[in-house]
Design a protein around this ligand. Structure first.
Ligand code: MEV
Length: 308
């Protein structure tokens, strides 16, 4: 069986701002989506989605997924009449905010690359995954597929040529990602920011400048392994995301729950308006305490690390 893998991701700084060329910091997480490809007798290209997921997630994204697969096949020059079955699985629990769409695009691109022996390198896989992401996001910044393809902790700046710079940590740091269980529409969240930015240019310019400065401070703090400072900056980043109206009640509540349980910082992550939040919880003991505080409220969490 021919397989391909794509990692889930957690944006630590500047989702949404990244769409406007403001630097962002993203980490791949250990959970991944696996795509397997096998030949069939007839029926053209078929996609079977066996990924674990938040109820309603797969149904809500079905049309996006079809569009995404069509784009991937086209970008790779594969005829949709080819008789093959692509099956998605893996450990990534799919929900909004964890890079599930990018992970599946990368996994499919890698598996097809192997199946057809195309010899693509990571940069080419990343480009194909980016094409696939357009089916979900419209105009993605490329940050999610970068994390999904290259892995690790990345400084990402969108531009005519995107910038990807690995950030090394002295030691990996524990995080908890809390899932609101609400399926979010990233395309709509991004469009909402654009609309408000056009309506209130001065107010948004000010917020965006704060986000730009914060990204540089965050990089410095991460490289110095100053987790207290990183946490403080995550809290400030959450406030900026609230200011541009992409957080919601459940995300704010989970952020507060994590902070009260001792997290050194917490913020929403990804497109917002539902989906996931992330808490910085250095050390297994703190990670467990924060995870439990969210689980006690009935929310599903993911325990993982950044900088692995
Ligand atoms: C979604 O994971 C991240 C956003 O910044 C959109 C994008 O970068 O394409 C909201």
């Amino acid at each position: 069986m021919i397989e391909g893998k794509g990692y889930g991701k957690c944006i630590l700084f500047n989702e949404h701002f990244v769409v406007y060329n403001i630097p962002s910091i993203v980490s791949a997480i250990g959970d991944y989506t696996l795509a397997t490809v096998e030949a069939t007798e007839s029926g053209g290209v078929r996609l079977i989605d066996d990924r674990p997921a938040t109820p309603g997630y797969k149904e809500g994204k079905l049309e996006h997924q079809k569009d995404s697969l069509r784009r991937i096949l086209e970008a790779m020059g594969i005829d949709s009449d080819e008789n093959l079955k692509i099956t998605l699985g893996g450990t990534l629990y799919c929900a909004s905010g964890v890079g599930a769409s990018a992970a599946s695009c990368t996994a499919i691109a890698r598996a097809l690359n192997r199946y057809f022996d195309m010899g693509m390198d990571d940069d080419q896989i990343n480009e194909i995954a980016y094409e696939g992401e357009k089916g979900y996001h419209g105009t993605p910044s490329g940050v999610d597929n970068a994390a999904s393809t290259y892995g690790g902790l990345i400084w990402f700046v969108r531009g005519e040529e995107n910038t990807f710079e690995p950030i090394s940590l002295k030691e990996p740091v524990e995080i908890v990602m809390g899932n609101t269980g609400k399926v979010a529409n990233t395309k709509a969240a991004v469009a909402g920011v654009r609309e408000r930015k056009e309506k209130y240019p001065e107010k948004y310019e000010e917020i965006f400048e704060k986000a730009r400065k914060l990204a540089h401070d965050a990089r410095e703090a991460l490289e110095a392994q100053d987790t207290k400072k990183v946490g403080e900056l995550m809290n400030r980043n959450h406030s900026l995301l609230q200011d541009i109206e992409v957080s919601d009640e459940d995300l704010d509540m989970l952020v507060e729950t994590a902070r009260s349980a001792g997290a050194v910082g917490a913020k929403m992550t990804g497109g917002g308006l539902g989906g996931y939040m992330v808490a910085l919880t250095p050390g297994k003991k703190l990670q467990e305490a924060v995870a439990k505080a969210m689980e006690d409220k009935g929310f599903r969490v993911l325990r993982t690390r950044i900088g692995v």
